[in-house]
Design a protein around this ligand. Structure first.
Ligand code: NAI
Length: 491
C-alpha cells in the first residue's frame, strides 16, 4: 500500500472472455475452523479465470450480465440507494473502535427515492438474499473467517490493509455483501460498483486480487450458511461476485486512463478555529478536479492505510488549493492527527473525489441548505459554486451548532451573505433555539420551489430528511451523502 500500483486491468492478456465466472463451483463446504485458527481447505484459485477487458469497455459488458430485472421491492431499493453513495468502502480500519459486522440498515435513507417496479427478484438474487438471511445472526463470524482465509491464503494481500484489523474490518466485506444483495438493481448498483472500483485504486487493488477475495468470500459464506448451501447457491454467488468484481475492475481500468490512483498534497495552512476544529488547506501535487459539494478520502502519514472522508470546504479555486474542516472526535485517530499534529509542510494523500450532493445548474430552483457542525463545509462550497455561476437563485442556509462557540465558520458565512443578496444565513444554536436544526426550517418557507441539501451528523441527516419529506419536499429533491459513509467517517 505504501507503494501502490497503478495497474488495474490485465488488458485481455489472460484470455478471459468475460462471460463466465472466476470460480469453479465447489460442492462441499470447507471443514470448520474457529476464530484465529488457520483456515483449511483447498483454494479455488487454480480454477480461476481472470477476466481481461479493454479499459475503454467501461463496465458495459459486465453490466449487461446483470439481470435486467429491476428492484424487487421499495424497501430493497431504499437499502440500495442508501448505500449507493458509500463510495470507497475499503480495506480501511478505524483503530480503537469496535467491529461492525454487516447488518441491513435499520433506517434506510433514500437521497433520491426511486420508484421501484414490482418485478420479482431474479433466482440468483433470491439465493443470495437467502444466504444473507442465514448468516445475519453470525455476521461477525463470517467476517472473521473471511479475513482469516484471505490473509492465510494470500499473505501478499495483508499489506493492503491497515495494521490494526480489529475495527470496521468488515468494510470491504460489507460493500461486497451490500452489492450482492442488490444485484438486480442494475442502475444504482453499477454506479455504486464503478465508484467502488475507482476508489480501490488508491489501495493498490489489482485485478488478480479480486478472485482471491471472491474465493474467501464464498468460502466463508459456504462455511457459515452450510444448512442452506448447495450447488445452485454457490453458482449464484459465483455469478454475482464475478459480475460485481468485473464492474469494479473495468471502472478502475477506465479511470486509470483519466486520473491518478491518488494525489499527494502538502498542508499549506492549519487554522485552529476551536480547541477541536481546524480548517486545513492543502496543495495537491497535480490538478485535482472535483465539484462543489463532493468529498474525498484522506490518509495521513501518522496512520498509514487508514482513510477517512472529508468534504471540500470550498468550490474549486483558481489556485488549486483544497480546504477541509476537521473536528477531532474522541478516539478519532485520523481527525486528532489532523487537528492536533498536522502542520504546514506535512504531506497527506487524497483519493478521488466522490459524492453527488452537487448543484444542478440546469434549474433555477432555490437551495435550502442544512449544515450541522462541520457539515457546514460542503454547504459553503455550494454557496460559492452558485456565486461563481453568476446565478441569482435563492439560497437559504441553516447553520446548526450546539453552542455559539461551535459556530466556528459563522463569520465566513455572514460575509458571504453580505456580498450576495440572494443568500440568507440563519444560525440555529441548540441551546438558544431549543430545537434542533431540522425542526427550525418548519418556521420558514414555503419550500416547494427549493432543492434541499443536508450535511452534518448522521442523526441530523436522518431527522432532516424526515422533516423535509414531512413538509412536502419530494425525495428526489433532497440531497445528502450516505449516512453509512458518514458514520464510518467519524474518526
Ligand atoms: N457531507 C456531509 O454530510 C458532512 C458531514 N459531516 C459530519 O458532520 C458531523 C459534524 O459533527 P459536529 O460538528 O460535532 O456536529 P454536532 O454533533 O455538534 O451537531 C451539529 C448540529 O446538528 C444538529 N444535530 C445533531 N444531531 C442531531 C440529531 N440527531 N437530530 C437533529 N439534529 C441534530 C444540531 O442542531 C447540532 O447542533 C460529523 O459527524 C461529520 O462526519 C461533516 C462534513 C460534511
Amino acid at each position: 500500500m505504501d507503494a501502490p500500483t497503478t495497474t488495474s486491468a490485465d488488458n485481455g492478456t489472460s484470455g478471459g472472455n468475460g462471460e463466465g465466472g472466476w470460480f469453479t463451483p465447489r460442492r462441499q463446504p470447507e471443514p470448520p475452523v474457529g476464530g484465529e485458527q488457520e483456515p483449511t481447505g483447498g483454494s479455488r484459485l487454480a480454477a480461476l479465470r481472470p477476466v481481461g477487458r479493454p479499459a475503454t469497455d467501461n463496465g458495459k459488458a459486465a453490466q449487461k450480465r446483470i439481470s435486467p430485472v429491476a428492484e424487487a421491492d421499495p424497501a430493497d431499493a431504499a437499502n440500495t440507494e442508501a448505500r449507493a453513495d458509500t463510495t470507497n468502502a475499503s480495506p480501511t480500519d478505524a483503530p480503537g473502535e469496535t467491529t461492525t459486522p454487516y447488518q441491513p440498515d435499520p433506517q434506510p435513507l433514500l437521497p433520491e427515492q426511486r420508484s421501484a417496479p414490482s418485478h420479482p427478484a431474479s433466482p440468483d438474487a433470491v439465493r443470495v438474499r437467502r444466504t444473507m438471511a442465514e448468516v445475519a445472526p453470525i455476521a461477525d463470524k463470517v467476517t472473521s473467517y473471511f479475513y482469516a482465509l484471505l490473509f492465510v491464503r494470500h499473505p501478499d494481500l495483508r499489506p493492503l490493509f491497515p495494521a490494526a484489523m480489529d475495527t470496521q474490518r468488515d468494510r470491504l466485506l460489507k460493500a461486497l455483501l451490500t452489492a450482492a444483495e442488490h444485484i438486480d438493481n442494475t442502475e444504482v448498483l453499477v454506479a455504486y460498483l464503478q465508484n467502488l472500483g475507482r476508489g480501490h485504486r488508491k489501495y493498490g487493488t489489482r485485478p488478480e486480487h479480486y478472485p482471491a477475495v471472491g474465493e474467501c468470500l464464498i468460502g466463508s459464506l459456504s462455511q457459515h450458511a452450510s444448512a442452506i448451501w448447495d450447488e445452485e447457491t454457490e453458482a449464484a454467488w459465483v455469478r454475482t461476485y464475478t459480475t460485481i468484481s468485473q464492474i469494479m475492475i473495468d471502472a478502475a481500468a477506465a479511470d486509470e486512463l483519466l486520473a491518478p490512483a491518488w494525489w499527494h498534497a502538502e498542508v499549506v495552512s492549519h487554522d485552529l478555529r476551536t480547541p477541536d476544529v481546524a480548517v486545513i488547506t492543502v496543495r495537491p501535487d497535480q490538478p485535482y478536479p472535483f465539484l462543489a459539494g463532493q468529498y474525498t478520502s484522506l490518509e495521513t502519514p501518522w496512520w498509514p492505510r487508514i482513510w477517512r472522508h472529508y468534504s471540500f470546504a470550498s468550490a474549486p479555486r483558481s489556485d488549486g488549493l483544497l480546504s477541509f474542516h476537521v473536528k477531532a472526535v474522541p478516539a478519532g485517530w485520523v481527525s486528532n492527527a489532523l487537528v492536533h499534529h498536522a502542520r504546514p509542510g506535512d504531506i497527506i494523500r487524497l483519493g478521488p473525489p466522490s459524492g453527488s450532493m452537487t448543484v444542478d445548474h440546469t434549474t433555477d430552483s432555490g437551495l435550502l441548505c442544512l449544515g450541522g457542525g462541520t457539515g457546514i463545509a460542503p454547504i459553503k462550497a455550494l454557496v460559492e459554486d452558485v456565486a461563481e455561476h453568476g446565478e441569482r437563485r435563492p439560497v437559504e442556509v441553516f447553520y446548526g451548532a450546539r453552542t455559539d462557540h461551535d459556530l466556528y465558520d459563522i463569520d465566513t458565512m455572514l460575509r458571504l451573505q453580505q456580498i450576495h443578496p440572494w443568500l440568507a444565513v440563519r444560525p440555529i444554536v441548540d441551546q438558544q433555539a431549543h430545537v434542533q436544526l431540522p425542526d427550525a426550517i418548519r418556521e420558514y418557507g414555503p419550500w416547494n420551489e427549493f432543492d434541499a441539501y443536508l450535511s452534518g451528523p448522521p442523526g441530523m441527516i436522518r431527522s432532516g430528511v424526515h422533516t423535509l419529506r414531512d413538509i412536502g419536499i419530494p425525495s428526489e429533491r433532497i440531497r445528502h451523502d450516505s449516512v453509512e459513509e458518514l458514520v464510518a467517517a467519524v474518526d
